[in-house]
Write a new protein. Structure first.
Length: 226
């Protein structure tokens, strides 16, 4: 529907994010980030023996050690400590289990660690078909270890980047809210009148708003009547 319009056509992977501080490095290659301090705050490493460290390899332990000792670690997003995100030896799932898996060997750094970059808003991701094989392989690895979507998508994109030298991710603006208008026609038609271009509106579900409202919103965005 959007071919030829913002943000298409695109040869790059397209992700979305909210304009909040903890998402400033969404889909960024933290290895080459200009802001080294923030890169260290939002990402971490896991070694094949299950040891965690910060990106700079100055703090070692488990995910709770990083939480306690790395200033402003992941912007205080405590979901990172859950079994379905960073994981633990007890849970047997999550990023820790994936880092120990021999199937993840191709994604390891020279020191043997796997870098886990900044979490992000993970409602949508556009992947050009030329990256589909690498996407599927990385996604299956995360599915195998039951990694939650917000933790998995940035890592999947990073794995694709490692293997293909993909173009930098095109990050577009997400319009959403957690207020009572969430998911209603009013949210999409009124609140999402943001300045500048909007890449993604979420959520707007057909089963909730009905065909007529859904059609009105789709038409207004297609023709720029915001």
């Amino acid at each position: 529907l959007s071919q030829g319009q913002y943000p298409f056509p695109s040869k790059a992977i397209i992700g979305n994010t909210k304009k909040i501080d903890s998402h400033r490095m969404s889909y960024t290659d933290v290895r080459n980030a200009k802001d080294k301090q923030q890169a260290n705050e939002v990402s971490y490493r896991i070694f094949p023996n299950g040891t965690f460290s910060d990106l700079n390899k100055t703090v070692f332990g488990d995910i709770n050690t990083l939480w306690d000792k790395v200033p402003n670690f992941v912007g205080g997003w405590d979901m990172v400590k859950k079994s379905y995100c960073a994981g633990s030896a007890v849970s047997g799932i999550g990023n820790m289990a994936m880092a120990k898996d021999i199937d993840s060997a191709k994604y390891r750094e020279e020191d043997g660690s796997i870098i886990f970059p900044s979490y992000t808003q993970a409602d949508f991701l556009f992947v050009p078909t030329k990256y589909s094989d690498e996407f599927a392989e990385a996604a299956r690895l995360h599915l195998k270890h039951e990694v939650w979507l917000e933790c998995a998508l940035p890592q999947i994109v990073d794995m694709i980047r490692q293997q293909t030298n993909a173009l930098p991710v095109h990050v577009v603006k997400l319009c959403t809210t957690f207020h009572p208008v969430r998911g209603k026609e009013f949210m999409a038609s009124r609140k999402c009148r943001n300045k500048g271009s909007i890449g993604v509106v979420h959520p707007l579900k057909l089963g909730k708003v009905g065909y007529d409202a859904f059609e009105r919103v789709m038409d207004s965005f297609q023709f720029g009547l915001r």
